[in-house]
Design a protein around this ligand. Structure first.
Ligand SMILES: NC(=O)c1ccc[n+]([C@@H]2O[C@H](COP(=O)([O-])OP(=O)(O)OC[C@H]3O[C@@H](n4cnc5c(N)ncnc54)[C@H](OP(=O)(O)O)[C@@H]3O)[C@@H](O)[C@H]2O)c1
Length: 308
């Protein structure tokens, strides 16, 4: 069987760079960007402009989109029209009814219901739901609260360049997301996406997000409450056995950067509530939080196509 013909739209960006790294060694891959970077040479390939015509031409089987939401809204329908399954990293399609929002280890079967588009959740949601999944299966989640410490690469390549140019004295915590009512859009996304993935539309989820002067890797402090008692020792065992998760003593962004798995540790009882646990989760926001998760969705769809 021939290899799928793959397009990477947004190949010049922060997520695009990790997609290119993970696709290295494959021949049938084309890179796309806006007109700004079209013509640039990357990995011996010429970057093409992502025009509607190019994407709809019918010569791509899978198209990864790592562009902003407005470019995605405009371009994805053309790739779908051309017959490419479009796996999108932006917020454009995530909450659309009928568009699966997928983390393969958590709700992979949903990807098979796609109608041309599969959405990849926000980077913070991905690492959170990987850790929540085994706890939910064992004891039933009734409430989730978290504080995030998110790296600047979550805001893209330009934000990474700005951090590199800053002096240590200029480093500060930031809240560089737009507001959605009282909360940042990021905080609302974590709630809405977690509810969609677990198919628990009423699950109470409350997040407070902070940007920290770290290049790659998001950390989360999480507090959960469950229906059934779940002692920390049992939670640690469940987390250690969960796909996509590695149990460690102290998760940190630097330890998580470059890793496929998310790191979970400091699992303790939350002594302020009945049946409560607290723990830390660290994940590489560009890798499992974006590029790797997208590639795993494509691999899952390819396996199912072979099996069918
Ligand atoms: N960074 C993360 O940790 C992360 C995690 C999860 C999700 N995401 C999401 O993934 C997407 C990409 O994020 P990023 O951090 O990689 O952003 P980025 O570093 O700013 O890169 C943006 C990419 O999109 C391209 N682009 C912009 N406008 C375009 C257009 N009209 N047509 C075609 N290509 C266009 C850019 O190409 P040029 O070089 O031509 O400008 C560049 O390749 C965003 O939706 C983001 O929210 C990011």
């Amino acid at each position: 069987m021939r290899e799928p013909r793959v397009g990477v739209v947004g190949a010049t960006g922060a997520v695009g760079a990790v997609l290119r790294e993970l696709l290295r060694g494959r021949d049938d891959v084309r890179y796309f960007s806006s007109a700004r970077s079209a013509g640039m040479q990357l990995d011996g390939r010429t970057v093409e402009e992502a025009t509607p015509e190019a994407l709809a031409a019918g010569d791509l089987d899978v198209c990864f989109f790592a562009v902003g939401a407005s470019a995605s809204r405009e371009l994805v329908p053309h790739a779908v029209r051309g017959g490419a399954v479009s796996i999108d990293k932006s917020a454009a399609w995530r909450m659309e009814p009928g568009v699966p929002l997928v983390v393969p280890e958590v709700n992979g079967a949903r990807a098979l219901e796609h109608d041309g588009v599969v959405a990849v959740p926000n980077c913070s949601t991905i690492q959170l739901v990987l850790a929540l999944k085994p706890l939910h299966e064992a004891a039933g989640l009734t409430r989730v609260r978290l504080a995030t410490y998110q790296s600047v690469s979550g805001a893209g390549k330009q934000a990474m360049d700005r951090l590199r140019e800053e002096s240590v004295e200029q480093h500060d915590l930031r809240g560089d997301w737009s507001f959605d009512g009282e909360e940042f859009e990021e905080e609302a996304k974590i709630r809405e996406e977690t509810r969609k993935i677990f198919e628990l539309p009423e699950l109470p989820v409350q997040a407070t997000c902070v940007r920290v002067p770290v290049l790659v890797g998001h950390l989360q402090a999480v507090w959960v409450e469950t229906d059934d008692e779940l002692p920390p020792a049992q939670a640690r065992e469940l987390l250690a056995a969960a796909p996509g998760v590695r149990g460690v003593d102290f998760p940190s962004p630097a330890r998580a950067a470059g890793q496929d798995e998310v790191l979970v540790g400091r699992v303790r009882s939350d002594t302020t509530v009945e049946r409560g646990l607290t723990f830390l989760v660290a994940g590489d926001n560009l890798r499992k939080g974006a590029a790797l998760n997208a590639i795993q969705i494509a691999e899952l769809l390819a396996r199912e196509a072979v099996a069918a």
